[in-house]
Design a protein around this ligand. Structure first.
Ligand code: ADP
Ligand code: ASP
Ligand code: MG
Length: 403
């Protein structure tokens, strides 16, 4: 008898009708004599509404209460799923994360699951029951509710699969797999049959929303295969798995792009040791995530220009920290809010030469200006104007024969 973890995302449980359909999927696994554990997100839009409510109460809403508030969405969807499963004749009950408990470590809003107490769940599964568990949340050692980052139900599913020693972990979402690029943005995107953890991790971190990056990291660390499927149709999905020689003749696997990035340039900064650290220290102390960084070579040996990117939401704060910073002097500070990072990803580029050139040539052929570049072993990212992202994806998709 196999044990399967099934995770349903917000759109999949977005209405009463959708919840009924999801229960049909769950019942098909039960009929095949599997032990089934369900993890659900909140109904689509609900978590965003809760975020907005917190902002209306306070522009500095208490962090612990924020997690308590945000975790309520999943309670509703899980109760509805368990209730429906009972209605159609199955043994089922909802489990809130603290009832299990799912134990987390780390700050509110960005905690990580480090343990799931599995004893009661295992005996419930053995008795034929279907536990329906709230994704996205846990409790910390002070018994406060925590959340594990937006889209965190993916990570809940993977950690449940680990602690329950499940045979399969299936992420049901609103697309039938991981595509070469977001299929809603680019119609010629193709479904990927199998993708390596490292590639999926890069794609997710670089803006492909289909999987939460932390969850892919958890899957890689614990060697848990993930299948991504649609809850809307029965088409075969994508397998996210360990690197194997058998399926790597491709150079580029996918293309990701980000939204809501901003670029900051500080011109004429004194070029002396420690200056970059002085600029970034207050940003790091205030949890502002700095992404791409470039520093020009100083022409006169005295001054240099520094460019970096952050999320647009952090732009005002960052501007304030730079202007207040007594440890640095500069000539000019400028911002660009409408920029996006476009990245090509693939383990194949480790061995294939000339990929960077091909990428830049393709972008140049469409007159797309590259603002900043960053690379790693398996990805090349460029910063471009947001209104050129679509064009960039199309030309790169074609250049690397993903169409
Ligand atoms: P869920 O609510 O099920 O967790 P998400 O909205 O988090 O679903 O993720 C699914 C969405 O991810 C899709 O609707 C799709 O637009 C987007 N997406 C972005 N990049 C990709 C990609 N490379 N492949 C598939 N989907 C992608
Ligand atoms: N409901 C949470 C969110 O919207 C978690 C999830 O969907 O996985 O971020
Ligand atoms: Mg998601």
């Amino acid at each position: 008898m196999k044990t399967v973890v099934l995770k349903f995302g917000g759109t999949s449980v977005g209405s009463i009708d959708r919840i009924k359909k999801v229960c049909k999927i769950i019942s098909s696994y039960k009929k095949k004599k599997n032990k089934v554990i369900v993890i659900s997100s909140a109904m689509s839009g609900v978590t965003n509404e809760l975020v907005n409510k917190s902002k209306l109460i306070s522009n500095n809403f208490d962090k612990a209460e924020y997690d308590t508030l945000l975790s309520t969405g999943e309670q509703v969807s899980c109760a509805l799923i368990a209730g429906r499963l009972k209605h159609i004749g199955f043994k089922s009950r909802s489990w809130l994360s603290w009832q299990i408990p799912i134990i987390t470590e780390g700050p509110y809003s960005a905690a990580r699951i480090n343990r799931v107490v599995s004893k009661e769940l295992l005996s419930y599964l053995k008795s034929g029951g279907i536990p329906v568990i709230t994704g996205f949340q846990g409790i910390n050692k002070s018994y406060r509710l925590t959340t594990i980052g937006r889209s965190g139900s993916d990570a809940t599913a993977i950690m449940l699969a680990k602690f329950i020693k499940a045979d399969e972990c299936i992420i049901y979402t609103d697309v039938d797999g991981v595509y070469t690029t977001d299929p809603r943005q680019y119609k010629k995107a193709k479904k990927i049959k199998k993708i390596f953890y490292d590639e999926m991790l890069e794609m997710a971190s670089l803006g492909s929303k289909v999987m939460q990056p932390t969850s892919v990291q958890d899957a890689k660390l614990n060697k848990i295969d993930i299948q991504v499927k649609s809850s809307f149709n029965r088409k075969p999905g994508t397998l996210i798995t360990n690197l194997s020689k058998s399926f790597s003749d491709r150079i580029i696997t996918g293309i990701s792009s980000t939204k809501h990035d901003a670029k900051i340039t500080i011109e004429g900064v004194k070029d002396r040791p420690g200056v970059a650290a002085s600029i970034f220290k207050p940003l790091s102390q205030n949890l502002i995530n700095v992404d791409m960084v470039v520093q020009n070579i100083s022409l006169n040996g005295k001054e240099t220009d520094l460019t970096f990117t952050i999320k647009s939401d952090d732009l005002r704060k960052t501007e304030k920290f730079i202007k207040q910073n007594k440890k640095i002097s500069y000539k000019k500070l400028s911002f660009d809010k409408d920029v996006s990072k476009v990245s090509i990803i693939g383990v194949g580029m480790i061995t294939a030469p000339g990929i960077t050139y091909r990428m830049f040539k393709a972008l140049a052929s469409k007159k797309i200006n590259i603002l900043v570049i960053s690379t790693s072993e398996i990805k090349i990212s460029v910063l471009v104007a947001t209104n050129q992202v679509k064009k960039a994806i199309a030309v790169l998709h074609k250049e690397f024969k993903l169409d």
